[in-house]
Write a protein that binds this ligand. Sequence first.
Ligand code: 13P
Length: 252
Amino acid sequence: MGHADRPTIIAGNWKMYKTIGETVAYIHQFIPLVKDVAPLVYLAVPFTAIRAASDAAKGTNIVIGAQDVNEHAEGAFTGEISCGMLKEAGAQFVIVGHSERRQIYHESDAMVNKKLRAVYASGLQPILCVGETLQMREAGVTEFVLQTQVTHSLDGFSSGQVARTIIAYEPVWAIGTNKHATPEIAEKAHRFIREVISETWDAETAARVVIQYGGSVKPENAPKLLLEPDIDGLLVGGASLSAVTFSQIIKG
Ligand code: 13P
């Protein structure tokens, strides 16, 4: 099984940008731009815009999701949102363990693991983010860090659960810096992640798992990244905020 046997999935992560009104205007502009594209198109929008986004995207090829979730079904967790709430609002996938959650809000692999357990149980599709900081890369521990994040975050899950997880390799030094990883550096990390999945689960699961690259993806660098055999998609931050720019990335 190679690149061509896996779906290409290109996701936008809006982070804390766009009101409901801005979201609806974006989606109306975006629909005709991407209606005939080959890749699957995902958009992770703010919690408050999920309902409006999924209504506006209804009947189109645009899949709406969320950027984080709480591990509990309900309870006294002020400010938190459950998988059930996301699903009812129209989300079909959710990002878990983004480096901004890990760094700013101190989310550990153990917490990511709990969140993933809730996500699998709910039927939402997870995008699990992993990636090393510049300091880790310079210290030569990138592979150790990726192995730890992947195996600890996915600890205890079945081959079937792992296979329908999207893994996003997002080197922290490439996020929002305009310094994307070269296709060679990204491919090396993707291949390593696939090897870890193969060793920890099995070769069939490793062959099925979609691995996205994220970090300063732009229309200029996206095509070369997607040519690599183990880069199956992209997770796009800043450049997904413009419907035109994001559609250029998706069209390649
Ligand atoms: P940028 O594309 O803005 O570098 O962000 C990447 C990212 O964090 C996507 O989740």
